[in-house]
Design a protein around this ligand. Structure first.
Ligand code: ADP
Length: 398
């Protein structure tokens, strides 16, 4: 079965067509600058990347252009659109309503709209992608929504409740939800497969370290805690997000700088993290280069990032009463050996030992990074959220 996987943002739309039998990616790309001017990037499997500048006033035109490219007689990978049998959509926030992926119906769309208050930047954009696909492909094609939050719905109350008046949970559903669930689920499962262990018997810690970053404790195949919260702002020090911070600092900065909520939230989301600390960049490649040249603040930013990540890992070892494997994934986790080494050094006390030479050499592959003597294996497992969405879609529409 060919599945079109869509990850729709407010001005961009990432897509892949995956054959679910071979799990091969037939084509992939992105529509950017939707509603501004418009740019389609299209890459067929084994072929050259094509970039087309064309007006994309709305997401509907973007979807149309993607489909035209897929059936283009010269560079397309499909003979006709009938060869797309299902669409899988990444949906960000499913609140408490969705503990698993779901076939998209009008009721589901309504329920996702109701969760939009919790994810005002993401959910409306995701739904625009759903509507655009319905418009262009017709309402009969089966569509599945795969939520970033769903995997974490297994967290126990003691992990997801905040220490604030209970009425805010009752009235407004203020609690920890967690994100990157599709990635945490895929990577934790894959790590157990790599080790030849039974997923349901394992205690896994997944470090999804990208521009947005979160850590998850997966016990017996279920998420029991994760570092992101009501929104993706909680937890680790990220590319541009602050992560955990004393709420009083928010009030203090707002007063000093004469900012309203939007102003101060913008600083915490877009001007903080390693970018804010270094004053240089949110990209770990830039920080690594700067650190090599002796830039002290870049060094400090990377050290803060490692320390915070290590604290979360330590707390999740306690939460699970142990750990059987630690995994690194996503842009930083799959590429930045210094960050992986910096984090793992904190766990020397419990016998974790990295193969430092190997760790320095490898990027973006499935590999064991620890020595055979290490008490706990440390793995790199490249994430593949699109494939996970494709699998979920097939499971629900077959
Ligand atoms: P997101 O999906 O949250 O945008 P990604 O998982 O794609 O993030 O990660 C992007 C980040 O990965 C970049 O901002 C950069 O910091 C980091 N990154 C990518 N490639 C490298 C590399 N070669 N070395 C170090 N860091 C890298």
């Amino acid at each position: 079965m060919n599945v079109l996987v869509i990850n729709c943002g407010s001005s961009s739309l990432k897509y892949q067509v995956i054959n679910s039998d071979s799990e091969e990616v037939l084509a992939k790309g992105i529509c950017e600058r939707i509603g501004i001017d418009g740019r389609l990037v299209y890459k067929p499997e084994g072929g050259e990347k094509e970039i087309t500048e064309a007006a994309m006033p709305t997401h509907t035109e973007a979807v149309r252009m993607v489909l035209d490219a897929l059936v283009n007689p010269k560079t397309g990978v499909l003979k006709s659109l009938d060869e797309i049998e299902a669409v899988g959509h990444r949906l960000v926030h499913g609140g408490e309503k969705f503990a698993s992926s779901t076939v998209i119906t009008e009721e589901v769309i309504k329920a996702v709209e109701e969760c939009s208050e919790l994810a005002p930047l993401h959910n409306p954009a995701n739904l625009i992608g759903v509507r655009a696909c319905q418009e262009v492909l017709g309402k009969d094609i089966p569509m599945v929504g795969v939520f970033d939050t769903a995997f974490h719905q297994t967290m126990p109350e003691e992990a997801y409740m905040y220490g604030i008046p209970y009425k805010y949970y009752e009235q407004y559903k203020v609690r920890k939800y967690g994100f990157h669930g599709t990635s945490h689920s895929y990577v934790s499962k894959r790590a157990c497969e790599m080790l030849g262990k039974n997923y349901e018997d394992m205690k896994v810690i997944v470090c999804h370290l990208g521009n947005g970053a979160s850590i998850c404790a997966v016990k017996n195949g279920k998420s029991i805690d994760t570092s992101m919260g009501l929104s993706p702002l909680e937890g680790l020090t990220m590319g541009t997000r602050s992560g955990d911070i004393d709420p009083s600092a928010v009030e203090y900065i707002a007063k000093k700088e004469n900012l309203d909520f939007d102003g101060v939230m913008n600083i915490l989301n877009k001007e903080s993290g390693v970018y804010g600390l270094s004053g240089l960049s949110s990209d770990f490649r830039d920080l690594e280069l700067a650190e090599e040249k002796g830039d002290e603040r870049s060094k400090m930013a990377r050290a803060v990032f490692c320390y915070r990540a290590a604290k979360y890992i330590g707390s999740y070892i306690t939460a699970m009463n142990g750990v059987d494997v630690i995994c690194f994934t996503a842009g930083v986790g799959e590429n930045d050996w210094g960050i992986r080494e910096g984090i793992c050094e904190y766990f020397g006390y419990m016998g974790i030992e990295m193969d430092k030479e190997l760790n320095k050499k490898v990027r973006g592959i499935e590999v064991t990074l620890s020595t055979p003597e290490s008490k706990i294996p440390v793995l790199m497992v490249p994430t593949n959220e699109e494939l996970a969405i494709c699998r979920e879609t097939v499971a629900l529409v077959k």
